[in-house]
Design a protein around this ligand. Sequence first.
Ligand code: RB5
Length: 144
Amino acid sequence: MKIAIANDHAAVQMKDLVTAELKDLGHEVLNFGTDTEESCDYPDFAKPACEAVVNGEADLAILICGTGIGMSLAANKVKGIRCCACSETFSAEMSRRHNNANALAFGARVVGEEIAKRLVSTFVNTEFEGGRHERRVNKIMELE
Ligand code: RB5
């Protein structure tokens, strides 16, 4: 799978850790930055990573800021993105199975390294169930 990844200054180390985990799992990672801890604005990095998903360059996006909240809010403004901010694996799994989320956001100041690795592996390894959930997701997209 091709995974777009983006982060702000609060999550540079976490992005590197998650990138290594995704590569270990056999995925290709497209890095949209930032790669420095200089203060920056997370929407500037959420936008290109989400656009990569919408235009088919990437299959899924992983977005990391301090809390995951800003990144998820920004991502959900990009037409075609369904982003969920998750800090535990049950929600990350269900965001794929039931909501067909195509972006996961989480906070580098919220979850530790081991939870972060499990969040991303769960997210990328879980398929959408379709069926009745497809109708509901379609109704979400009609709200755009
Ligand atoms: C940056 O300090 C912080 O506000 C940002 O990383 C994020 O948590 C916003 O939602």
